[in-house]
Design a protein around this ligand. Structure first.
Ligand code: 4UV
Length: 546
């Protein structure tokens, strides 16, 4: 399992070996097998029932690409996709790629200011959104992009189509009569630009190539027996509750599941009654969760035993899963843990995303590295690889799934990717005697609220804009339901005396709901810093007593 590298690195290889993967673009890979089941449902809206078969979805993807070319976009242009989970959101994504463009997925819960930052950083040349969030997306577009920038709107049956926008459905109907796109895109071209703050600072565009996305799906497929092609009597049914804009929902759930013939039931927003109604009405076979949803499954009286009758897999990821929650699940429901299996995955945007999946019953572990995922654990102070089980170090990752780098940010890229291709995750881990890994801490600044990224630097910059604030530092503190929530430490200007609520309200309209300072604000005399001015967050964390 352990190979010594050219510089004496201790490289932990995957027990699943190495993979080969096809030289296929991700949007083609998704439909590769669809001719075997063209009339099965691929996408169904959990709210309004809109459906596409595999054949319809595949054709629509191609028509959307043609139409986007036809409205003047050029190869390599970036298109921003700002929409909750709907069938048309996924078709838009695949259509953008089939036109030879790059897609940046934007959190539809964002405020106009947050959207604007991403549109600008990604240099978006068009926006695709849906009626429920169109007014916010339009405000963002108007504030930073030219008047002519195409603004395309999916009719999600909630809200109206802003004047001057292009109806998404036109892309499909008009594209039919347009010539196919010959995009000469290669697997080394950047397919997507999801945003992540990485180990420090503000969100950055993560450049993921077609190769990264396809290889990661195959790495999971070769390591874990969790994909099942449809047969005459079986089709995987997956409610897509995790948002598509985030890499977990995108390349660990929706795209791979479609590639293996599943029916995806899209859910735009987590509403307990809607979610359980979908469990009630469909023979759901696999559930992909973040820990707060696992908690919901164990705690809500809306969830019934028979909802799990056909479920063979419950996956949790994006934040630490508590073993007690899994134990509670099996105590509450009369299901066989060998048939309805809990799995924990560990991934990050920068690695397309999956690196580890737990396959046994060590529920607090992230398990073993998947095929072709090489791992090192590097001692944070000595920068030497740790030598035994039980010792902690920073988790480093290498493989075909690792990003090209951060868009227009050489410094951040250099600090995250070594010259020989190791991705420094910013997570602290150790492994046990079986080479099962455990995440113990986060070295990086990132806060994870319900599995979503909250970069402290973003909140600190906003806090410093408050007229009474001299300095500010933000950390994550534990929260029973959300995992973590942001908490601020603030130094106020001399003779100023703002109230906690003044500052909270100042932040309120500027960032999305999940980034709000739910951990409160503590006023302090100074912020601990190292000699070069870097905030000593670990000191603040130690000083915080729940
Ligand atoms: O960049 P990101 O927002 O990415 C994610 C991806 C989560 C995935 C992906 C595929 C899976 O199969 C799956 O189960 C989960 O969240 O945030 C990356 C950071 O989130 C923390 C860790 O700090 C990463 O660097 N994180 C992700 N998964 C876990 C986790 C986990 N299982 N346990 C603890 N922390």
């Amino acid at each position: 399992r352990i190979v010594t590298g050219p510089n004496n690195e201790r490289i932990i290889m995957s027990p699943s070996g190495d993979i080969t993967y096809p030289e296929t673009l991700i949007h083609e890979f998704v439909w590769n097998n669809s001719e075997r089941y063209p009339n099965h449902i691929a996408l169904e809206c959990g709210i309004n029932g809109q459906k596409y078969t595999f054949a319809q979805a595949k054709d629509a993807t191609s028509y959307i690409g043609r139409s986007l070319r036809n409205i003047g976009l050029k190869k390599g242009d970036v298109v921003a996709l700002v929409a909750p989970n709907f069938p048309d959101t996924i078709l838009s994504f695949l259509g953008i790629l089939s036109g030879g463009f790059t897609v940046t997925t934007v959190n539809p819960m964002y405020t106009a200011e947050e959207m604007m930052t991403q549109l600008l950083k990604a240099n978006a040349k068009a926006v695709i959104t849906s009626t429920s969030v169109a007014s916010t997306a339009l405000a963002a577009k108007r504030a930073c992009l030219s008047h002519e920038t195409p603004f395309i709107v999916i009719d999600d049956k909630t809200g109206s189509m802003p004047e001057g926008s292009i109806p998404f459905s036109d892309l499909i109907t008009r594209g039919k009569s347009l010539p196919p796109v010959n995009s000469d895109t290669t697997c080394d071209d950047v397919a997507i630009l999801p945003f992540s703050s990485g180990t420090t600072g503000l969100p950055k565009g993560v450049m993921l190539r077609h190769r990264n996305l396809v290889s990661n799906i195959m790495m999971v497929q070769s390591s874990v027996d969790i994909f099942q092609f449809p047969t005459s009597t079986f089709q995987e049914v997956v409610p897509a509750i995790l948002p598509f804009f985030h890499i977990y929902g995108m390349n660990a759930v929706i795209l791979p599941r479609l590639a293996f013939g599943a029916k995806i039931i899209t859910i735009p927003k987590f509403v307990p009654e809607i979610f359980t109604d979908i469990l009630q009405k469909n023979k759901v076979t696999a559930l992909f969760c973040v820990p707060p949803i696992v908690l919901f499954l164990t705690a809500s009286s809306l969830v019934k035993n028979h909802h799990f009758d056909h479920v063979h897999l419950i996956m949790s990821g994006a934040a630490p899963l508590a073993k007690t929650d899994v134990d509670r699940f099996y105590e509450k429901y009369n299901v066989d843990s060998k048939i309805c299996q809990f799995r924990q995955g560990y991934g990050l945007t920068e690695s397309s995303p999956v690196n580890f999946i737990e396959l046994g019953e060590k529920y607090s572990s992230i398990g073993k590295n998947i095929a072709s995922c090489q791992v090192r654990l590097v001692d944070v102070t000595t920068q030497k690889d740790v030598s035994t089980s039980g010792q902690t170090g920073e988790l480093w990752i290498k493989g075909p799934h690792v990003m090209k780098g951060y868009l227009n940010d050489e410094d951040a890229t250099k600090n995250t990717l070594t010259e020989d291709g190791w991705l420094k995750t910013g997570d602290i881990a150790y492994y046990d005697e079986d080479f099962d890994f455990y995440i113990t801490d986060r070295l990086k600044e990132l806060i994870k609220v319900k599995g979503f990224q909250v970069p402290p630097a973003e909140l600190e910059a906003l806090l410093r804009m408050h007229p009474d604030v001299e300095e500010a530092a933000v950390i994550g503190i534990p929260h029973e339901r959300y995992g973590e929530v942001p908490k601020a430490f603030v130094v106020v200007k001399k003779s100023k005396n703002p109230m906690e609520n003044d500052i909270k309200n100042f932040i309120k309209g500027k960032v999305s709901d999940y980034k709000q300072l739910r951990g409160g604000i503590t006023f302090v005399d100074n912020i601990p810093k190292n000699p070069s001015g870097k905030i000593l967050r670990s000191k603040l964390k130690q000083s915080y007593k729940p």
